[in-house]
Design a protein around this ligand. Structure first.
Ligand code: SF4
Length: 499
């Protein structure tokens, strides 16, 4: 299944999106589409095909509640029409009321791609101008560079304390030769992803290509990890119950502590040490706990079932189940006040975040993500920044854009006659993609007409490409005019343009 290996720094095309759903747990976007207010055409046309946990974002947009969108751009070349998808996604979310963040991943470009700072400055400027020209509102949104954002770097340092090398090895294939800056660029990226929540937890969406999914998974994992760490602290203030005191006494009487490993011992001592004990000493993995319980049962004891403080920091689902079991319908002493908890999972999550924030933590919500298809290169294969003929740069001369479309590969048949008879293969045609992803804009009717006429054999490639090429020329002309107009906006925006 190497063809679906997700490598954020590799060049592999993701050829089988279906496998992403099965192997990586990305869900189909169609299933959430109805919950999205005024869905963008990229959503309606299935260009955005997958998501992780997008529902809370959709709900916040619907209800006018806090939400955020963030995406980063690695300034390694000119922005091209593939990047426009991400610009559009950020801008659309901003227009729907989300706090929007566009960042320049200059540290990553420097450390993972070896770009010089001069090159980075030049490309960064080009990305930002296109983002503004397409409608990003810099007064409402936030633009920043990784290298000059101190808060991001502090956050990265904090997050680094929760991540370790083995994890990076497993996720990114890092080895003994991997340089430290590369690892640092990963924690910086994690900090970027969580940055919109520094002022408080909120649903946040990261629009990405599927190759970026490992970053999203790691960020989700880290967000939850920190949270449970803090939540268990809050629950540690529960009062000891008599049964637990008995359990501890029983334990010392009937069992030889030498039989237990350190983790297990800690687990048994939890009840004794519960008040005033640092959290680290209370947190034990769920499987350690269950092995202890088994031993106690084997010794003829009746152990008290686990309560919320026995969190496995890694198995968050289990932890939630334990949390819900423990508080469902019961009155509990909770941080010096008594609350009746009768809550479902979502409420438990919310509570967990509040507890964490009260305890000086971040309370991050696991970030959500949406995934868009990669555009096919105009010459077939993958659209690549390093192959000029495969893509149209947003900086290309409009005539060059026109020419590139005219010489693009199509899904047409050998002869016009065959095309009239069998119809073209719009699903395999890079030119059709141009219509669907960009040229038809918001006009679904137009995109559909091109498709139907193509597969119905009424549309022939020569005319079809001519029309697309003209639209591309117009698009580039307009875009570049707008870029010139927003120069001032960029100068006025709160972002350092030179490193
Ligand atoms: Fe592609 Fe247009 Fe030819 Fe159809 S008619 S295969 S959409 S170029």
């Amino acid at each position: 299944a190497d063809d679906v290996a997700l490598d954020p720094w590799g060049s592999s095309a993701v050829s089988d999106y279906r496998k992403l759903f099965e192997e990586f747990g990305i869900e189909e976007f169609d299933e959430v589409l109805e919950e999205v207010p005024n869905p963008h055409y990229l959503m309606r046309r299935g260009v955005i095909f997958g998501h992780r946990d997008y529902r809370p974002v959709a709900e916040a947009l619907r209800e006018g509640e806090d939400a955020a969108v963030l995406s980063g751009f690695m300034p390694t070349g000119d922005p091209h029409i593939g990047h426009k998808l991400v610009f559009d996604e950020i801008i659309w979310h901003q227009q729907q009321g989300a706090d929007a963040y566009g960042l320049i991943a200059d540290l990553e470009a420097n450390s993972a791609r070896g770009m010089s700072w001069d090159e980075i400055d030049e490309h960064a400027r080009d990305y930002l101008l296109s983002l503004l020209a397409l409608g990003f509102d810099p007064d409402e949104g936030t633009l920043y560079r990784q290298s000059t954002n101190r808060e991001v770097q502090d956050l990265a340092f904090d997050i680094g304390a929760d991540a370790n090398f083995s994890e990076f090895q497993a996720i990114y294939g890092f080895d003994g030769e991997t340089d430290v800056s590369h690892m640092q660029s990963v924690v910086t990226q994690m900090a970027d992803i969580l940055y919109p929540q520094l002022e408080g937890p909120k649903p946040t969406v990261i629009p990405v290509g599927p190759d970026q999914d490992p970053h999203v998974r790691l960020a989700r994992d880290l967000a939850e990890r920190t949270r449970f760490f803090k939540v268990s602290k809050a629950y540690a203030s529960f009062e000891l119950e008599d049964a637990e005191r008995d359990l501890v006494a029983d334990f010392h009487e009937k069992l030889d502590p030498a039989e237990f490993d350190d983790d297990q011992l800690r687990c048994v001592h939890v009840a004794e040490a519960i008040e005033g004990t640092p959290l680290e000493e209370l947190s034990v993995p769920a499987d350690t706990l269950s092995s202890v319980l088994t031993k106690l049962e084997e010794a003829g004891m009746e152990p008290v079932r686990p309560r919320t403080r026995f969190f496995d920091r890694r198995a968050t689902d289990e932890a939630f189940d334990a949390l819900i079991d423990a508080i469902d319908g019961e009155k509990r002493v909770y941080e010096n006040h008594v609350d009746a908890f009768e809550i479902d999972r979502a409420e438990a999550e919310e509570l967990a975040r509040e507890v964490e924030v009260d305890n000086g933590g971040y309370g991050f919500r696991p970030p959500s993500s949406i995934y868009h298809r990669f555009m096919t290169g105009l010459t077939g294969g993958k659209m690549s920044s390093s192959v000029p003929a495969s893509h149209i740069s947003l900086l290309d001369d409009p005539e060059t854009g026109y020419d590139k479309v005219k010489s693009a590969t199509t899904g047409g048949r050998e002869t016009a006659e065959e095309q009239r008879e069998k119809g073209g293969k719009a699903d395999e045609c890079p030119v059709y993609e141009l219509y669907a992803y960009l040229l038809a804009g918001d006009d679904d009717e137009f995109a559909k007409r091109v498709y139907d006429e193509c597969v119905g054999g009424e549309r022939l490639c020569g005319d079809c490409k001519e029309q697309a090429a003209q639209l591309m020329r117009e698009f580039l002309e307009e875009h570049q005019e707008k870029r010139a107009e927003v120069e001032e906006l960029l100068e006025a925006a709160d972002i350092e343009l030179e490193s």
